[in-house]
Design a protein around this ligand. Sequence first.
Ligand code: AMP
Ligand code: ZN
Length: 133
Amino acid sequence: MKNDCIFCAMAAGEIPCFKIREDGDVIACLDINPFSRGHTLVIPKRHSTGLLDTDDATLAAVIADVKKIAAHLKEKLGADGFNVLQNNGAAAGQSVSHLHFHIIPRRNGDPLVFENGKGDMEELKALADAIRM
Ligand code: AMP
Ligand code: ZN
């Protein structure tokens, strides 16, 4: 665990998040400033910064979870598709320096926006309760 890392603190349960799944290695929680309804972050518990400094076993565990969670979100939210996004470095728009994959559910006809919205905390709580795995 890295001091001052918000995702390490979330993974350790030290600060709250809208968690929808937890297994041995990984947590998944709703993004508080979602690109779309159900925008989820899949976060390995062990700290690494991005793709290049993460060991292959951890990457394999995380991407397997991304697949499971994406299928679940698609079904529960009636999404038609989804984006998987993973940013590396400030130049690529990474704002939290702890590896994470975004799953962004998409519906036919929605605007294809890659921009943070402003999350409503009550709605996020209700959504997390509704789709928890
Ligand atoms: P990135 O730009 O790839 O580093 O994405 C970081 C994401 O984390 C952004 O979409 C933020 O909205 C999201 N985020 C930051 N703090 C929190 C938090 N406490 N709980 C959930 N999502 C967060
Ligand atoms: Zn961390």
